[in-house]
Design a protein around this ligand. Structure first.
Ligand code: FAD
Length: 292
């Protein structure tokens, strides 16, 4: 089923993101997490994508859907992709019965320098939308994308993603909900009307602080202090991270966010704990209306 329909019909909707595995043991870990999370009844699950490895993500998505019966979405990155490669991938999506795709440029490293026929997510969205067959989502950045001149410029490109064919947005992770609320209100003022699903990552180890900063997410001083204070005790860091993320989700859903997209890193315990608490507390009942 198309995710834009799921987002309209199920409020709130919970979704889980898995990292594309790099080895047979990582494949096993992904499937173990997916099976363990299945009974939480997610609206959909998705698998990330690496430049040059797009076909592997599509195959993984097909296998997860066949194995778990959960609705799926494939991430598709366009960095280093030529037009004829994309045609092949679109054929593969048709053949594999994949109807949802998160269209991205992709993270850049020493192997991806922006070569290929498609420079930006907007190019990819326009090409996929041209086929008229797929539900397309896109990424957005409440604190602005790391390469952006300004948040305003980034917002204009976000609007272009919708104008070229994306029908929902998933945010980069953030740790202070004010970034999300401000972004949603700026997006609405910019004419962006589609659902904006907040992406949430519970901190589960102290090293993640530096990594998330490099991705452009700011880390509140109090969060950093409390994580570093527990750095010698991994269980305590994970428990604190789950507590922080649970409070974030409570306030987002109470304010009418359309759901939560969990960055699971292919592990189930933190997501299970947070979603269990949310389903008990039902903060969406306090919301007057969906804001996003
Ligand atoms: P773009 O939209 O192309 O944006 C990149 C930069 O260019 C931004 O600064 C933007 O403001 C600017 N820009 C956008 N459009 C234009 C335009 N038309 N003309 C000029 N400038 C423009 N990375 C992966 O490698 N694999 C994944 O599976 C993956 N999944 C993700 C899932 C989510 C929910 C999110 C939020 C991010 C994900 N990423 C993933 C990271 C993402 O690929 C990087 O943040 C990447 O740097 C930008 O991707 P994008 O699709 O937003 O690119």
């Amino acid at each position: 089923m198309r995710i834009d329909y799921l987002l309209k019909g199920n409020w709130p909707s919970f979704s889980f993101e898995f990292l594309a595995p790099r080895s047979p043991s990582e494949v096993e870990r992904l499937f173990a997490a997916a099976r363990d999370l299945r009974d939480l009844d997610p609206a959909f699950v998705c698998v990330t994508c690496r430049a040059g490895r797009q076909a592997e993500t599509l195959s993984m998505v097909r296998k997860i859907k066949a194995d778990t019966g959960i609705e799926t979405m494939a991430h598709l990155v366009c960095d280093s992709l030529e037009d004829h490669d994309l045609e092949r991938l679109i054929d593969q999506m048709r053949g594999d019965g994949i109807s949802n795709v998160l269209a991205l440029r992709g993270d850049r490293d020493e192997n991806t320098h922006g070569s290929g026929d498609l420079s930006h997510a907007t190019d990819l969205i326009a090409r996929i939308a041209g086929s008229g067959e797929f539900c397309i989502g896109a990424a957005c950045y409440p604190e602005g994308h790391v390469e952006s001149r300004s948040r305003a410029a980034d917002l204009r490109y976000t609007r272009l993603k919708i104008e070229t064919g994306a029908s929902f947005l998933i945010t980069q992770l953030f740790f202070d909900n004010e970034h999300y609320f401000r972004f949603v209100s700026e997006a609405r003022a910019e004419g962006i009307e589609v659902p904006i699903v907040p992406g949430i990552m519970p901190i589960t180890n102290a090293k993640q602080i530096a990594r998330v900063r490099a991705m452009g997410a700011s880390v509140p001083e109090t969060l950093e202090r409390d994580v570093l204070m527990r750095a010698d005790d991994p269980d305590a860091v994970a428990q604190f991270g789950v507590a922080w993320a649970s409070l974030q989700c409570m306030s987002l859903l109470a304010a009418g966010a359309p759901g939560i997209h969990f960055y699971t890193f292919n592990r189930s315990p933190a997501t299970r704990a947070i979603l269990g608490a949310l389903r008990s507390a039902e903060p969406w009942k306090w919301a007057k209306d969906a804001i996003a």
